[in-house]
Design a protein around this ligand. Structure first.
Ligand code: 1CP
Length: 356
């Protein structure tokens, strides 16, 4: 068991008193950091960076060395699972991910296998072990996967897409085929998250980035159902530590009550949600979020004002992990991140004075 020097992140999740509100930032290791761009250049391409544990470890640690963040997240990508399933992933500069093979029929789907995490995703597990060795308990480390639905959107489209025409038509015309795929992905995601827990992460997060694309009923049947299946099979205690599950559904504010029933311990919310309302709606489950990432590109005063407003919206006591409502954008200056982290730690102190 790793003895943590800073355990605010885990404490707030379990509703225990903290001195200040913990913060980490989605995509905290990324292109806004000059030291990341250098290593990325050295690696040559993005997947090479993910698949070289020494380099992935280095970029995981960069934001933790630079800022007083309260958690780290392993450097990898949600699309490593489809890559390990044989779809052949590469990233095109300025255009995002592309798969060599696309899934268009039941036949394509039935030909897929479930990857064995140790064999096909061993580089992620090795990165986790290296990072934990280097961190030596400084802060907890988060492992992650995409939700089955979010992974399916990329696998069916074959690339990033804003309107998702292919998976929308598969959903209408071949729902049974889509369910076969989602089942397979649920098994793969669960196995990969459990392997990450075994390799040493202290929390796991599911990114359901494209769940909010779906209508009410479809969201429940095609996204939430499989998330629930994944969470039900996760190791919730490992090495005598409770492992929390964080679940982020972008544009999922209307479904918080349903999300709370999946068995997750933290609900990630985007900036369309009022944190105080969310707190009332999900009673007792911790929340993560929810500053609009665009604010981080503004003046120090605007950043501080936004932090103050969000802290006030949540109110006193533990149960809130500060974060953005989606990933940090590449145009942000590192100095702006330092201002954000400092503002959260300084301005949140009065909200934790009564040992809450
Ligand atoms: O060239 C580069 O450096 C590419 C930028 C980049 C980075 C920094 C990509 C490509 N992935 C990542 C790392 C990454 N991706 C992390 C690392 C850990 C951290 O947070 O610091 C994580 C957690 C992800 C997760 C991820 N990848 C998501 C879910 C979260 C979200 O932002 O919604 C998604 C949808 C992806 C797919 C992906 N990977 C990369 C791109 C450009 C995309 C999105 C493509 C699209 O627009 O759909």
């Amino acid at each position: 068991m790793i003895k943590l020097k800073n355990d605010r992140f885990l404490k707030t999740i379990w509703g225990q008193p903290v001195d200040v509100t913990p913060i980490w930032i989605m995509r905290q290791a990324g292109r806004y950091l000059p030291e990341y761009r250098l290593v990325r250049q050295r690696a040559g391409d993005f997947m090479k960076l993910c698949k070289t544990p020494e380099l992935a470890c280095e970029v995981t640690l960069q934001p933790i060395h630079r800022f007083s963040l309260d958690a780290g997240i392993v450097f990898s990508d949600i699309l490593t699972i489809p890559d390990a399933m044989g779809l052949g992933l590469h990233f095109i500069e300025g255009q995002g991910p592309r798969f060599e093979k696309k899934l268009r029929s039941v036949h394509d789907i039935k030909a897929l296998g479930v990857p064995d995490p140790e064999t096909h995703l061993g580089y992620v597990l090795e990165t986790i072990r290296l990072v934990q060795h280097e961190l030596d308990g400084k802060v907890p480390l988060i492992g992650f996967c995409g939700s089955p639905w979010t992974l399916a959107t990329y696998m069916v489209e074959g690339q990033a897409n804003k309107t998702f025409p292919m998976i929308q038509s598969m959903l209408r015309e071949e729902p049974a085929a889509l369910h076969v795929l989602l089942n397979l992905l649920a098994v793969a995601v669960q196995a990969h998250l459990n392997a990450q827990i075994k390799a040493g992460v202290q929390a796991v997060m599911l990114f359901d980035t494209w769940g909010g694309l779906l209508g009410d009923t479809h969201y429940r049947d095609f996204s939430l159902h499989y998330i629930q299946q994944v969470i039900a099979g996760l190791w919730r205690t490992y090495d005598e530590q409770r492992i929390p599950v964080l679940l982020f559904t972008k544009n999922g504010g209307q479904w918080l009550e349903w999300i709370a029933e999946t068995g997750c311990d933290v609900i990630g919310v985007d900036w369309h949600v009022h944190l105080g309302d969310a707190r009332k709606r999900v009673n007792k489950i911790a929340l993560q979020g929810n500053m609009d990432p665009a604010i981080l590109s503004q003046s120090p005063e605007h950043i501080q004002q936004a932090v103050q407003r969000i802290l006030e919206e949540y109110g006193t006591g533990s149960g809130h992990v500060f974060n953005l409502g989606h990933g940090i954008t590449p145009d942000v200056q590192p100095e702006q991140v330092a201002i954000l982290v400092d503002a959260v730690h300084t301005l949140s102190r009065p909200y934790h004075q009564k040992g809450e």
